[in-house]
Design a protein. Structure first.
Length: 116
């Protein structure tokens, strides 16, 4: 069973930075893509950024300038560096991993709270 464990969330002031981590229970090379989504109460989960195993990154609109997704294959970990955080970035951030068209996985989420 694949497990994705997020960490790095917390409370930060507007303008600050956080780095989220997502560690996989197996080899990160098993996944065709990994990424981050976020969700706030009453809203659908939305894409933040994804990264394919070939290193191609995709960001949601307006995230690219402040967020950076990366991976460390040796540590089986994907990161999301978030800079210049805004109040509206407050959400639960979920790690996502896709093995193939029929197999995808989610972490349990980590709370990010940005105070204005």
């Amino acid at each position: 069973q694949v497990q994705l464990v997020e960490s790095g969330g917390g409370l930060v002031q507007a303008g600050g930075s956080l780095r989220l981590s997502c560690a996989t229970s197996g080899s990160i090379r098993d996944f065709s893509a990994m990424g981050w989504y976020r969700q706030t109460p009453g809203k659908q989960r939305e894409l933040v950024a994804t990264l394919t195993k070939f290193g191609s990154a995709n960001y949601a609109e307006a995230k690219k300038d402040r967020f950076t997704i990366s991976r460390d294959n040796a540590k089986n970990t994907v990161y999301l560096q978030m800079n210049s955080l805004k109040f509206e970035d407050t959400a639960v951030y979920y790690c996502y991993a896709r093995r193939d068209r029929t197999s995808s996985y989610w972490g349990s989420g980590t709370q990010v709270t940005v105070s204005s």
